[in-house]
Ligand binder design. Structure first.
Ligand SMILES: [Zn+2]
Length: 299
């Protein structure tokens, strides 16, 4: 058994994990605005509440971390820029701590206990406020040079002068269209008013799941943005599968044909057959399960 921690921008979830089973878990507020020391105290208290003794600990974070355990930044948790996260956590928890990007950790969970049992090379695509991902190639989790492998949201899908702005400061990124903000912007234009403004991630899912008259057009728009970006990635990586998770993965069956349409338009010929597209086998606990099974530092 191991301890996995999913360090999110809103809540920190800690769990005792046995293979893919979550034995016990606790959740505490992140208090993202309270500064790094208060946030790390909250994380340590969540682990302490598990009363699990001396189990190995892994932490999935909403950002990137390099091999030295230094966090680049956490976009939704201020104060963690170039922060020595592993050293601070090891000091607080009194044990070795493995740290990884949350989408990459979820890809590890999928590799070990989900579709990775059938497919050796796949991209886990996380759909939500942002578009992220984790990459497994030939059975191995890929972190890349600085822990950024699989950060797919900023692949270019529109190079025109009118391309939409992205949170990263550039324009035309896949996330600018397929992320929550872009989807709601498109919804507002379809509805002919500003009714799309002010809605949250859950409301995008509500639009898809309801009889909303714009639901089909929204799926087409999301499918076009995702399919064109993912085609570029698949042309380069020659994957077995694309695995989807996150807010709108629950409506994946209806979304898949729209993604497939755009993917086909942009794909280089695939003599081995088309890439498989699937909803993740792991549910809400993928983050803690992946975190728990991260390789411990130095091993
Ligand atoms: Zn971007």
């Amino acid at each position: 058994m191991r301890i996995g921690v999913d360090f999110g921008g809103t809540n920190i979830k800690a769990a005792i994990v046995n293979h893919a089973a979550v034995i016990r878990h606790v959740s505490v507020p992140t208090n993202a605005g309270a500064g790094p020391q208060a946030v790390l105290q909250a994380l340590a208290s969540a682990v302490a509440q598990l009363a699990a003794g001396n189990l190995p600990v892994g932490v999935a974070i909403p950002g990137e971390v390099n091999d030295a355990g230094v966090c680049f930044k956490l976009p939704n948790v201020p104060g963690f820029e170039q922060f020595p996260l592993r050293a601070e956590l090891q000091s607080r928890l009194g044990c070795q701590v493995a740290i990884e990007n949350d989408a990459t950790a979820a890809a590890l969970a999928e590799r070990l206990f989900g579709w990775g049992e059938r497919y050796r090379s796949f991209l886990l695509v996380t759909l939500g406020t942002g578009i992220g991902g984790g990459l497994v190639l030939d059975g191995n989790l890929r972190r890349g040079h600085g822990g950024f492998a699989g950060e797919i949201g900023h692949v270019l899908v529109d190079s025109s002068p009118t391309a939409w702005p992205c949170g990263c400061g550039r324009t035309g990124c896949m996330e600018a269209y397929a992320g929550t903000k872009g989807l709601l912007r498109h919804y507002a234009s379809l509805a002919g008013n500003q009714s799309g403004q002010g809605k949250h991630s859950g409301d995008v899912r509500a639009i898809f799941e309801s009889q909303d008259p714009h639901s089909q057009a929204m799926m087409g728009f999301l499918g076009q943005a995702l399919g064109s970006g993912l085609a570029s990635l698949n042309n380069a990586l020659d994957l077995d599968a694309l695995v989807f998770t996150g807010g709108v993965a629950g409506v994946f069956d209806r979304l898949e044909p729209h993604i497939r349409l755009a993917l086909r338009q942009r794909s280089y010929s695939q003599p081995q057959g088309e890439v498989a597209m699937l909803a993740s086998k792991l549910g809400e606990h993928a983050g803690v399960i992946g975190a728990a099974w991260l390789p411990q530092p130095g091993k």
